[in-house]
Design a protein around this ligand. Structure first.
Ligand SMILES: Cc1cc2nc3c(=O)[nH]c(=O)nc-3n(C[C@H](O)[C@H](O)[C@H](O)COP(=O)(O)OP(=O)(O)OC[C@H]3O[C@@H](n4cnc5c(N)ncnc54)[C@H](O)[C@@H]3O)c2cc1C
Length: 435
């Protein structure tokens, strides 16, 4: 029997309780979802809604937490997707689903503020998708943008694409809404339980062991965010967590930056490599929020992330504000350190495990996954229902889209393709019998 990886490391670090495991073989689930963050919570919701007997597990003691990748009160949503037109069908579905979930839970989850994509290459990439998918948008000169949004002070040569549909989704509220509705539809939800290991069963099912007990199911969905490599070690080097920081700054003219007047933004500062993104004043935390897409951040250990703010964290954010929206550049009011989980091509990995078809893997971060979580949750649930077949993306999110010629990719593919020690043993036995 093959072990789902990652487990030994986790087990070594587990508390004593982990060693006294009990099984719940009688309660076999149709599916277990590991990680109730953005995508796991949405998947749990769809599975439960369709009548599956489903269990959702999260290591932290609350529904939504401040240690993974989904806290901070706001996530940008937009459709003129610089990351590529292939995302647009999923984006359309997500926008519909925001509304459906709002109706179902009687609360507002999506706030339409408009979105500006400022500077190259953001502008051209967003425009290409908008043109390709015939999405409503406006092309503005820097001067037009500055006039429409007086909080901006862009230099004359910076092009701007404005998309009215862009806005804010509230991550903690959306995760809580998905889990609550899943629960209403009969899902079992357990928080404060860390999954230590999983293993495929001879009957095609899977056993999942937490620091509390062992559960059995026909299918497993792993959506553990920054802990993906611990759950599926073959992904090492492919889904790499990196520290991401955001700051909330006190504007000198607050009324210019209220969410009724100022849009969410993506900004390419010509002097600082990775682009920035940010939000108008919104909700519980006062101030203009800005962060950097940390595409080139060094890898971090998800269990030991530095959560403290340093001058090195805030300096690039301050510089971007000072240069493009100086009236938003005041004292730091709040700060958060979070984690992006980056793939080599900044796209997602949504696939079945190449050696265990009963296991669905979802790493949809790369700094831009939240807005898509309602639709991705639907896709994951559909993959569970239809034996891992993903109709929506075909090749584009699959592990094997990776090219052996790209740095780092060959090693990942090898790990999935190489037989594990137990498999090797079985193969040798078969060979011996045959000879
Ligand atoms: C600072 C920042 C800003 C972002 N801005 C945007 C944005 O504006 N727009 C956008 O669309 N996206 C944005 N993103 C990306 C988005 O937030 C992520 O794509 C999304 O949260 C990833 O969802 P996930 O379900 O994969 O991981 P998470 O939401 O992190 O959930 C993973 C869950 O798995 C649990 N878990 C892990 N290991 C175990 C285990 N062993 N046992 C049990 N449970 C486990 C964790 O506790 C966690 O709750 C941003 C991300 C960051 C960090």
């Amino acid at each position: 029997m093959l072990k789902g990886a990652g487990c030994n490391l986790l087990r070594a670090a587990a508390p004593a309780a982990a060693r006294c495991l009990s099984t719940e073989a009688s309660k076999r689930y149709d599916a277990i979802v590991v990680g109730l963050g953005a995508h796991g919570s949405a998947c749990l919701y769809h599975l439960a809604r369709w009548g599956s007997k489903v269990l959702g597990l999260d290591r932290f003691n609350s529904i939504s937490n401040t240690k993974a990748s989904h806290h901070g009160q706001t996530r940008i949503t937009r459709m003129a997707y610089k990351e590529g037109p292939e995302y647009v069908p999923l984006l359309r579905k997500s926008f519909e689903m925001y509304e459906a979930l709002e109706r179902e839970t009687q609360q507002k989850l999506y706030w339409q503020t408009g979105c500006v994509n400022i500077g190259e290459p953001l502008f051209s990439a967003a425009r290409a998708t908008a043109d390709d998918q015939q999405l409503p948008h406006e092309v503005l000169t820097a001067q037009q943008a500055n006039e429409r949004f007086p909080g901006l002070q862009l230099p004359a040569h910076m092009p701007v694409l404005y998309e009215a549909a862009g806005g804010i989704v509230e991550p903690e509220k959306m995760i809580q809404a998905h889990v609550l509705r899943a629960w209403y539809h009969g899902a079992h939800v357990k928080t404060g339980e860390t999954v230590l290991e999983w293993e495929p069963l001879p009957d095609g099912g899977v056993a999942v062991t937490t620091d509390y007990k062992t559960y059995h199911a026909d299918k497993l969905v792993i959506s553990s965010g920054a802990w993906m490599e611990q759950m599926v070690p073959e992904l090492k080097g492919l889904t790499v967590p990196g520290r991401a920081t955001v700051g909330w700054f006190q504007p000198s003219v607050p009324e210019l930056f209220h969410h009724s007047r100022f849009p969410v933004f993506l900004l390419q500062d010509e002097e600082q490599g990775d682009p920035f993104y940010g939000f108008p004043e919104f909700g519980r935390f006062p101030g203009v929020k800005i962060g950097k897409f940390c595409v080139s951040a060094p890898p971090c250990d998800p269990d030991n992330v530095d959560r403290e703010m340093s001058a090195a964290d805030t300096k690039p954010l301050e510089q971007a504000l000072r240069r493009h929206m100086p009236k938003a550049h005041g004292d730091v009011l709040n700060f958060a350190a979070c984690m992006f989980t980056m793939t080599p091509d900044n796209h997602f990995v949504i696939d079945t495990h190449p050696r265990h078809p009963q296991v669905v893997i979802c790493s949809a971060c790369s700094g831009h996954g939240f807005k898509l979580s309602p639709a991705i949750g639907y896709v994951l649930a559909d993959m569970v229902r239809h034996d891992g077949v993903c109709k929506e993306f075909e090749q584009q999110m699959q592990i094997h889209r990776l090219s052996r010629s790209r740095p780092g990719h060959a090693a990942v593919l090898d790990r999935f393709e190489q037989p594990q020690p137990q498999q090797q043993q079985q193969q040798q036995q078969h060979a011996a019998v045959g000879s």
